[in-house]
Ligand binder design. Structure first.
Ligand SMILES: [Zn+2]
Length: 67
């Protein structure tokens, strides 16, 4: 689960179908983080059901990038 979310944040893809964007723009533009889609337009996956996972994964991603 967390691995899927991390994948989604890093590559900006739906954690379920991997075919649509989760965010309007790059997740590394913090100001755009609130532009996160609520659901996947392809498979209907609800991203907002586990917002904590996305924040956590973002934090890990930044740590990795800064690494
Ligand atoms: Zn999807």
């Amino acid at each position: 689960m967390l691995k899927d979310i991390l994948y989604s944040v890093l590559w900006n893809k739906c954690p379920k179908c991997h075919s649509t964007k989760v965010f309007e723009t790059s997740v590394f533009q913090l100001k755009s983080f609130d532009k996160m889609h609520k659901t996947c337009s392809c498979c209907g996956e609800k991203y907002e059901k586990e917002p904590g996972y996305f924040y956590g994964a973002m934090y890990v991603s930044y740590a990795l990038m800064a690494g």
